[in-house]
Design a protein around this ligand. Structure first.
Ligand code: UD2
Length: 294
């Protein structure tokens, strides 16, 4: 810290240093393309909230609850209302084939819930992958001109801690919590697929269960992943992890401008790693055989 008395030197208080420097040295906090990696202790939430309050932003969130996955919706929405952009305007969009089973959840002021009907399917892979098409259409038909940011989230999950303005960016991806060995990243490895990532390529392995950013950027992502998924299908190819594989390919080519640490999508069956100081959002334990249609 430079001295207050030396002419030409700027006064930098300890508080300001705290704002400027990352307080975490045990984790990677910036990518090689200079995108922040968000961990607890790397940001000032009061400062960030005050910046975005002035901008008067609206955030949309999409969640799909098709078939038996409707059982996860109540907890998802109740915890989202408490922790996801608390104090900000949030429009939740629920896509379901079980309109009558959508729970009644009282949202805080300034937050809305819209339910949209989607067809059911007898293949979970199709339900998961079709989300890209429906997100693309939602943005084109409804969000384009009145929402600033959007996050697309898995329903079989709950919020446990703050998820707020620190997560905002042009294109935002979340590091998958279960995969830290690069050689085992489950990218699509068949060159015939449009989701192909060659050996030695790829930065992180990102989750299909949470991504977002500016509405225009997510529109481009959803449209590209949808087209690539459908063009693959015409040639009889389905990527190893459906739209998650296409998302990973997209993020390799179009680097995210902000990367969220696994605090932003943990998995309840995993023990917390020491570097994860706070679990903000986490996938619940589920029995796939009981809830998926196939
Ligand atoms: C991973 C991803 C998921 C997706 C999938 C590959 C995480 C945490 N999850 O999870 O996002 O990329 O791999 O396809 O990164 N759904 C329904 N009804 C169904 C099946 C799925 O509504 O019958 C929806 C629901 O919103 C669910 C999501 O699709 O959260 C993903 O399906 P999943 O949770 O079964 O996928 P999973 O656990 O393999």
């Amino acid at each position: 810290v430079r001295s207050r008395n030396s002419p030409g030197f700027m006064l930098v208080t300890v508080t300001e240093v705290g704002l400027l420097l990352s307080l975490r040295t045990d984790v990677v906090t910036v990518t090689p393309w200079l995108a922040p990696v968000v961990w607890e202790g790397t940001f000032n939430e009061l400062l960030l909230d005050s910046i975005y309050k002035k901008k008067n932003i609206t955030v949309a969130a999409t969640v799909f609850a098709v078939g038996k996955y409707i059982m996860f919706l109540k907890d998802f929405l109740e915890t989202a209302d408490k922790h996801f952009f608390a104090g900000f305007r949030v429009d939740f969009y629920v896509f379901t084939d079980r309109l009558n089973e959508v729970p009644k959840v009282n949202m805080a002021a300034g937050r809305t819930l819209t339910v949209r009907s989607v067809p059911s399917s007898n293949r979970w892979q199709e339900i998961s992958a079709r989300r890209m098409e429906l997100i693309q259409k939602l943005i084109e038909e409804t969000l384009q001109n009145h929402v600033d940011y959007i996050f697309c989230l898995d329903v079989d999950s709950k919020f446990h801690g703050r998820w707020g303005t620190e997560s905002l960016g042009g294109l935002v991806a979340v590091i998958h919590p279960g995969l830290d060995n690069r050689s085992r990243f489950p990218y699509e490895r068949r060159p015939a697929s449009r989701a192909y990532v060659a050996p030695g390529e790829g930065d992180f392995y990102y989750c299909g269960g949470a991504f977002g950013g500016l509405v225009q950027e997510v529109h481009q992502l959803a449209k590209t992943c949808r087209n690539n998924f459908e063009d693959d299908a015409k040639e009889g190819i389905e990527a190893a992890w459906q739209e998650e594989s296409h998302l990973n390919r997209y993020m390799w080519i179009n680097k995210p401008s902000k990367v969220l640490s696994p605090e932003y999508l943990w998995q309840d069956f995993k023990q917390r790693n020491p570097e994860v100081l706070l679990i903000r959002f986490s996938g619940v334990i589920k029995n796939y055989a009981n809830i998926r249609p196939n």
